[in-house]
Design a protein around this ligand. Structure first.
Ligand code: SER
Length: 874
């Protein structure tokens, strides 16, 4: 069976068992700061297990994109060297949220694997592990399913702490967890390795293919296990591993999917396709890198971007080891898109972007690699021990961009290891330095915790009544806020929009009939509560008080126009630049809008014009801006653009401007596109590798911008004594005239210098038969002084000359010695001494030298040097 057929069979099997087929979620976990990348099928259901989220189904099945290259589950180091580890893999899973539990989970798995209708695996090839104390699972396996005791293994806490076990699965240090039962496949005695739990278990003979987790607990940061609201099931089977079993190969790299990727990798590198570990590394890494970029990650020096950078660099280095010349990695994307693009269309849509990001990163890395390798070689040459010290690893990381695992990789090839602890110590020290450098005050509002939800009434109105349900001062809850005090007010209902989705929070004021007033400077959100931040301008506030809430309508109105224009711009960008454009961030306030998006190069003037034209056309169509709240699947069917990494509930607010723009959005918008009036881009630039930023203005703001530009033009015209119509001619004429004047000035200066030269020649004195001359000439530049020295040399015969002066606030010095004298004294030496006096430097040839300094007050002292200099030399 092909991998694609196995994926489909799995999903279909569980659909037949009443499961809902759910799409893979993004590799960037939605709103989960505890997780670097999606690393298991259960991630997108975390809140369902915890009982925080209810869905329309209690059984689900997925084929989930996973990356395990950082955080708790990290396989990066093993990739290429074992038959079964990957940075990217697909996990087939079935899930029960408080529905079925151990018995069904076990029997479903067994049926799918062994039934003649499905995978038809021989039962005697399968081994099973259970958590040591899980008698219930053990009994189901042995009594109901009939697995003989000799192929059952109980595994306890074999990782040095309670619940730290191969058979107790946890998503991370916190979150859902529980005991598990794993199914292993015996690849046969010709492969080295022993059954799970034995001393040889790390061999490749017995491979775990399916993990069934009985989710029972939520582990909190203090290490305590709290029972989940309902026992649940989370299973995961690596598609690559089960494909290897069904395709009768023992390494994942021999399955259909990898055969093509390995061939494409060898071709891109220009090496033989001979199963070298490095080739496997490249074929593996192209998957994680491409999928991560498709999901919006770009290489950077921190967080997810840094992990991506590390993987790309590791791939590059392994390619280089195989003899790759120049860039090669991005050339494999096409083969990947062909192989997996049916199941994951984003690979085809984003292909150009993925290729560009990879190529750029490859080019950058080529520069640092060469230098870093040299340094490493030097350090290794002087190394007596078998461990590369932590400070060397850190230096390579910090100065040459060498990820520590890359250094570890190189070390491994030479039977060396790296001092990981030492490296971590250096890293920690650097973090401390960074922290102390950027220590700023604590934001007390981040401490505010509110249980109550605020009812938001602001889509329809900017005015409303509300009652104070909580007050905060300095992050602590208080009963009252007095006049002049700053704090946070929470109302039971409010028209104030709280900052989110890039749109800033509303400002305005809260008041009552008695004259109390609280000026709201900003509104934010914690949980479901809207926090009005500001200061009591008059009177006092107390919990329970009834207030009238008035949003500043003009600020809100201008903000709404910018928000709607942001949607039009987003849609226009995808039309003008391509489907690879993804939103990377946005900021919408009353002044302007800022939109960050993935794109690899600076926009051309034509592209910017095309964007403006397209957005303004949509504005002139005056389309109604419509919102509807529908379920997420219908929204997706409508083609609504959603943000990667953003978490949406079952029901979402869809905002449409005709067919041109359909996006999920909770923000405040214009009623019709025509309200925007005018859209004008005022800035375009890069913010990070592969991310561009556009800034724009709309409505009255756009008019202000154009008026200001026009004012400036008028002023310029006034200065040029012209009008807008003849401005360019006037300016060109002025520049030409300026050039002429500069030329004339040069000529005049030369003439003046020549005349001055005649005068100066007369002031030379004679020292031991040589003419010695020093003079101060302010206002001449170095070039003019050089010409003068030349001229004086001709006039004076045997001579030593030092001229100096102030020019543009600095001291300029030129020294000259005639040819017949350079055997005895040199202009360069004279200049060194003279320049040092004026606090600068100088030097040159024996017959002519130039220098300067900053201390004009000492110029005369410097010029006086020449006579003693000559006397000493002769
Ligand atoms: N979450 C478990 C795992 O990743 C089973 O899906 O192994």
């Amino acid at each position: 069976m092909k991998s694609a057929e196995i994926r489909e069979a799995f999903l279909r099997f569980f659909e037949e068992k009443g499961h809902t087929r759910v799409a893979s979620s993004s590799l960037i976990p939605a709103n989960d700061p505890t997780l670097l990348f999606t690393n298991a099928g259960m991630n997108q259901f975390k809140d369902c297990f915890l009982g925080l989220e209810k869905r329309a189904y209690t059984r689900a099945t997925t084929s989930q994109k996973c990356v395990r290259a950082g955080g708790k589950h990290n396989d990066l180091e093993n990739v290429g060297y074992t038959a079964r580890h990957h940075t990217f893999f697909e996990m087939l899973g079935n899930f029960s949220f408080g529905d079925y539990f151990k018995r069904d989970a076990i029997t479903y798995a067994w049926e799918f694997l062994t039934s003649p209708k499905w995978l038809k695996l021989p039962a005697e090839k399968l081994w099973v592990t259970v958590y040591a104390s899980d008698d219930e699972a053990y009994d189901i396996w042995t009594r109901t399913v009939g697995v003989p005791a000799e192929r059952m293994v109980r595994i306890g806490d074999n990782k040095g702490a309670p619940y730290a076990s191969d058979n107790f699965w946890a998503m991370g240090d916190t979150g859902p967890c529980g005991p598990c039962t794993e199914i292993f496949y015996d690849h046969g005695p010709e492969i080295w390795g022993g059954p799970p739990g034995s001393a040889e278990e790390d061999g490749d003979r017995y491979i775990e293919i399916w993990n069934n987790v009985f989710m029972q607990f939520n582990r909190t940061a203090d290490g305590v296990l709290h029972p989940l609201p309902a026992p649940s099931v989370d299973t995961g089977m690596g598609l690559e591993r089960i494909s290897a079993v069904l395709q009768h190969v023992h390494s994942n790299y021999e399955i259909d999917l990898f055969q093509n990727l390995l061939a494409a990798s060898a071709q891109a590198i220009g090496c033989a396709n001979d199963g070298a570990p490095s080739l496997k590394v490249v074929a593996d890494h192209i998957r994680s890198c491409s999928f991560l970029i498709a999901d919006g990650v770009t290489p950077s020096n921190e967080g997810r971007g840094y992990v991506l950078r590390r993987i790309i660099r590791r791939a590059c280095r392994h390619g280089n080891k195989l003899g790759a010349r120049g860039t090669f990695f991005h050339k494999i994307v096409g083969a990947l898109a062909a192989e997996m693009g049916d199941a994951y269309p984003e690979l085809r849509q984003q292909r150009a972007q993925i290729e560009r990001v990879l190529k750029n990163e490859e080019e950058q890395f080529a520069k640092t690699l060469e230098q870093g390798l040299k340094i490493l070689e030097q350090d290794l040459a002087g190394l007596a021990a078998k461990v590369i010290p932590g400070d060397v690893v850190f230096k390579l990381y910090d100065t040459y961009g060498f990820p520590a695992d890359l250094t570890a990789d190189i070390a491994r090839e030479r039977d060396l290891t790296i001092d990981e602890e030492g490296f971590e110590r250096e890293m920690q020290a650097q973090r401390e330095r960074a922290r102390s450098a950027s220590a700023f005050g604590l934001d007390y509002n981040s401490l505010v915790k509110v249980d109550a939800d605020t009812l938001f009434t602001g889509y329809e109105e900017t005015f409303g009544q509300g009652q104070v349900v909580a007050l905060f001062k300095g992050g602590a809850t208080v009963e009252r806020l007095g006049e002049g005090e700053e704090g946070v007010v929470v109302l039971d209902r409010t028209p104030f929009y709280a900052e989110s989705g890039g749109q800033v929070g509303d400002c305005g004021y809260l008041s009552d009939a008695s004259g109390v007033r609280f000026d709201v400077r900003d509104t934010t959100k914690v949980g479901g509560a809207h926090l009005h931040h500001g200061v009591v301008a008059k009177g006092g506030l107390h919990v329970g008080q009834a207030l009238e809430a008035q949003v500043d309508g003009s600020v809100r109105g201008a903000t709404a126009l910018n928000h709607s224009a942001t949607h039009l711009l987003h849609a226009a960008l995808r039309r003008v630049l391509g489907e690879h454009v993804q939103q990377k961030g946005s900021l919408v306030n009353s002044q302007r809008l800022r939109f960050d998006f993935s794109h690899f190069e600076a926009l051309t003037t034509e592209q910017i014009k095309a964007l403006e034209a397209l957005v303004n056309t949509e504005i002139r169509k005056n389309t109604a801006v419509e919102t509807e709240v529908i379920d997420i699947d219908s929204a997706k069917k409508k083609g609504a653009m959603a943000l990667f990494g953003e978490k949406y509930g079952d029901n979402v607010r869809v905002l449409s401007m005709g067919d041109f723009s359909i996006e999920l959005c909770g923000g405040i918008h214009a009623r019709r596109t025509g309200d925007i009036g005018l859209f004008k881009i005022v800035g375009e630039g890069g913010v990070a590798a592969g991310v561009r930023r556009i800034e724009a203005v709309t409505g009255a703001g756009a008019l202000d911008y154009l008026n200001a530009a026009e004012e400036q033009l008028k002023e310029v015209a006034g200065l040029l004594k012209g009008s807008r119509d003849n401005l360019l001619d006037k300016l060109a004429g002025l520049l030409e005239r300026n050039r002429q004047l500069e030329k004339e000035l040069e000529q005049l200066k030369a003439k003046a210098a020549s005349a001055a030269g005649d005068d100066l020649a007369g002031s030379a004195i004679e020292v031991a038969g040589v003419k010695v001359l020093s003079a101060r000439l302010d206002g001449l530049d170095g070039k003019a002084l050089l010409a003068l020295v030349d001229q004086l040399k001709n006039k004076l015969g045997s001579a030593v000359i030092l001229l100096g002066g102030e020019f543009d606030g600095k001291v300029v010095l030129v020294a000259g010695v005639t040819q017949d004298m350079i055997g005895k004294l040199k202009a360069g030496d004279l200049m060194k001494q003279a320049a040092a006096v004026v606090g600068g430097k100088g030097g040159g040839r024996p017959d002519m030298a130039q220098g300067g300094g900053s201390e004009a007050g000492k110029l005369d002292e410097a010029l006086a040097l020449v006579r003693p200099f000559v006397e000493r030399a002769l």
